[in-house]
Design a protein around this ligand. Structure first.
Ligand SMILES: [Zn+2]
Length: 459
């Protein structure tokens, strides 16, 4: 059966002028609604001297005050349980999620209406359909349906598309792998880290997923690594499948973060089946600005900046110009051959501005370091370890484990990796240290590979 390539053929190929007119219309309505219903936004609009009727062109968007995580948290603390940002009566909610906060941190309380979930699912439909999920697919959800609720929306979206949904739920990795093969699963939804973990487990079980499973698509979410070329390549070879990146906000998965309240469970950007080396922005439901992180001025195509999100879909909390601290680079829609008129984040989410480390005057971004390390297939697990030598000098050491059978490559690898990293960082010296196999922490769901052991944490 021949399907359209697009979930929403009209909006996904709308000429940009019309798209921007639609965004302006939605933005005005959103601001009017926020001002009329939400004390949080009333305060902020008044303080900034902003009125919704001032929105005459899309550029007037910049009159709207930013939302930050800090003021959100303040509101939650001053007015428990939900702060003063709800636009409607809590009794209209159909779902309450409590994220499991890390020890000592306030858990985040999430209220959703029916409208929220309809919309969350619709956003996932754009992404899943765009990557090629069709009613004939069997989709396996390799996650626990627990406090990390990233894939709930994707689950409902697959039902809406008409695919067969198989919830992995609380099972061992071995049991999940057996199920994937037994059920003839064609699509797996997973974090990049867990997709790698499943492949390693399968290998231990004597199973070659690329040959013995029918999986031809892997949908990645929850970590930025899904757009790192070497990670993607490794996963595509391991599974014998195309891997597509999707993302909401990178803060969503972090327990205790207020951003979890805004956009929990949904996506804003997705990779289409043409795999243009980045992710399309769902521009009929979001405005994504890219701004200079300190001057707040818009940056052009091809320049790195901070991602600032306005969302038209939420039914409980109006999200206006939320500062994500995500690092992105926008390129025009025409970079991709699929025909969508929606712009693209080249390389997906490239990291976070607040992840930046300053080492002896040089900026180091963990994701950029990871991208280089991933070029070396002999490296299994690694850690970026930052420390201070004799209380004077900051040092950066890459601790790594070599995959069994590749030990002979160590001497050459050590030399070459140090050189590659240094060349990419204005000549900064990187120490490379080999660890015994199995010593470094291995991650199942989400990886944390940066350790800053300096006495005072630097930004
Ligand atoms: Zn495309």
């Amino acid at each position: 059966m021949a399907y359209s390539e697009f979930w929403n053929p009209k909006n996904e190929t709308l000429p940009r002028e019309q798209l921007q007119a639609l965004q302006l219309l939605k933005l005005r309505r959103l601001c009017e609604w926020a001002y009329a219903t939400t004390p949080f936004h009333q305060r902020k609009f008044d303080a900034a001297g902003f009125k919704p009727e001032q929105l005459k062109t899309l550029d007037d968007l910049r009159r709207i005050p930013f939302m930050t995580r800090e003021e959100w948290m303040e509101s939650l603390q001053e007015k428990p349980l939900f702060g003063d940002m709800l636009a409607t009566d809590p009794r209209n909610a159909i779902r309450y999620h409590l994220t499991s906060g890390t020890t000592g941190r306030t858990p985040i309380r999430v209220l959703d209406s029916m409208k929220d979930w309809d919309w969350i699912n619709e956003m996932w439909c754009y992404g899943l359909w765009g990557f090629g999920i069709r009613p004939e697919d069997s989709v396996y959800f390799a996650f626990g349906y627990g406090s990390f609720i990233g894939f709930w929306g994707a689950h409902y979206a697959c039902e809406k598309i008409g695919a067969l949904v198989i919830p992995g739920g609380a099972q061992t990795t071995e049991a999940r792998i057996k199920q994937i093969i037994e059920m003839g699963v064609t699509t797996v939804c997973s974090t990049p880290t867990y997709a790698l973990h499943m492949w390693q487990k399968a290998r231990e079980m004597g199973i070659d997923l690329a040959k013995e499973s029918k999986v031809n698509k892997v949908i990645l979410s929850g970590e930025p690594a899904g757009s790192i070329p070497a990670v993607k390549q490794q996963l595509e070879e391991a599974w014998g499948a195309k891997c597509g990146d999707t993302a909401g906000m990178t803060e969503v998965g972090k327990c205790g973060d207020t951003a979890g309240m805004t956009e929990v469970g949904t996506i804003m950007i997705f990779e289409c089946s043409h795999q243009p080396g980045g992710t399309h922005i769902i521009e009929d439901h979001y405005i994504e600005e890219v701004l200079h992180p300190t001057s707040d001025k818009p940056v052009g195509y091809g320049e790195l900046g901070e991602r600032v999100v306005t969302s038209f879909g939420r039914g409980f909390i109006p999200v206006l110009r939320y500062r994500t601290k995500d690092m992105v680079m926008k390129v025009p829609a025409s970079t991709c051959t699929c025909g969508r008129t929606w712009d693209i984040y080249s390389g997906g989410i490239r990291g976070r501005w607040d992840d930046m480390k300053l080492i002896r005057g040089t900026n180091v971004y963990p994701r950029a370091v990871e991208a280089i390390i991933r070029e070396y297939p002999a490296i299994d697990e690694f850690q970026i370890y930052i420390w201070r030598k004799e209380e004077l000098q900051d040092e950066i050491t890459i601790k790594l484990e070599i995959k069994p059978g590749h030990e002979g490559e160590w001497a050459e690898l050590q030399h070459k990796l140090a050189k590659d990293l240094s060349n990419a960082h204005e000549g900064l010296r990187f120490n490379i240290e080999r660890m015994d196999y199995g010593v470094l922490p291995h991650f199942e769901l989400k990886a944390r590979r940066l350790v800053d052991a300096r006495p005072v944490a630097h930004y």
